[in-house]
Design a protein around this ligand. Structure first.
Ligand SMILES: [Zn+2]
Length: 240
């Protein structure tokens, strides 16, 4: 009997210990400081309804991002910015269709419908974005033979976009990632941000995914493994 009572007592302690931090966390919201930056990934016409590579419900991220951005002193936006006939377009690979893959010198490449061609309306940022204080727009994927989902490194895994240097130069330590699409440009950006040594949060309700062949679940698993924190926009304290 004594043993049973001891076990019960231990269980009670364990239950309390697990409850306490959770309750504490729920009451705490994250306050972006001067060392924090919001990265708004690829909120461009091609990825929105009516676009050539529309992400389902993609337009729903816009009001969430606009509201959240008010809490950030530092905002960086990205633009997928491809040459005509870019290597990531299915149309340049004979016999291939969008969402199939090809093997390129830097690895496996998913093929996409033509999208975000430099200077076209499809490549423009959504006119519904309202973040006038954004400090930098970084363009990526502009080398014809290399894709770049990530805002930090091109798909060859070594060519830098310069973003890590910019953020370090601005003394940014913490990045919050939002935009399109969760399982490609958002996830690759978040993973590379971790590799570059930043503390990384992905704001789930400020993103939408494409989800081809299990890509969304895999992206969240990869991000969790890399130490990316998954939060909701409501976890961020509104600006004063
Ligand atoms: Zn692209």
């Amino acid at each position: 009997m004594l043993v049973r009572r001891q076990v019960l007592a231990m269980l009670g302690t364990t239950a309390l210990a697990t409850l306490a931090p959770a309750a504490l966390f729920a009451a705490t919201s994250i306050k972006p400081d001067d060392a924090s930056a919001l990265l708004v990934i690829d909120v461009q016409n091609c990825f929105l309804p009516g676009g050539s590579l529309a992400v389902k419900e993609g337009e729903q991220v816009v009001p969430v991002i606009n509201k959240m951005a008010k809490a950030f002193a530092n905002v960086v936006m990205t633009q997928d910015w491809h040459t005509p006939g870019h290597v990531s377009f299915a149309s340049v690979h004979a016999g291939k269709k969008p969402f199939e893959t090809v093997d390129l010198p830097y690895g496996k490449q998913v093929l996409w419908p033509d999208h975000c061609v430099q200077g076209t309306d499809g490549a423009a940022l959504s006119k519904d974005l309202s973040i006038p204080h954004a400090e930098l727009i970084i363009r990526k994927g502009f080398h014809k033979d290399v894709d770049s989902y990530s805002a930090f490194l091109e798909a060859d895994g070594k060519t830098s976009t310069g973003l890590a240097g910019y953020l370090r130069g601005r003394k940014i330590k913490r990045v919050f990632v939002a935009g399109l699409a969760t399982d490609f440009c958002v996830a690759w950006t978040a993973l590379d941000a971790r590799k570059a040594g930043f503390e990384v949060y992905v704001v789930e309700d400020a993103c939408r995914g494409i989800d081809t062949q299990g890509s969304l679940a895999k992206a969240w698993a990869d991000m969790a493994k890399a130490g990316v924190k998954r939060i909701q926009s409501g976890d961020i304290a509104a600006s004063a």
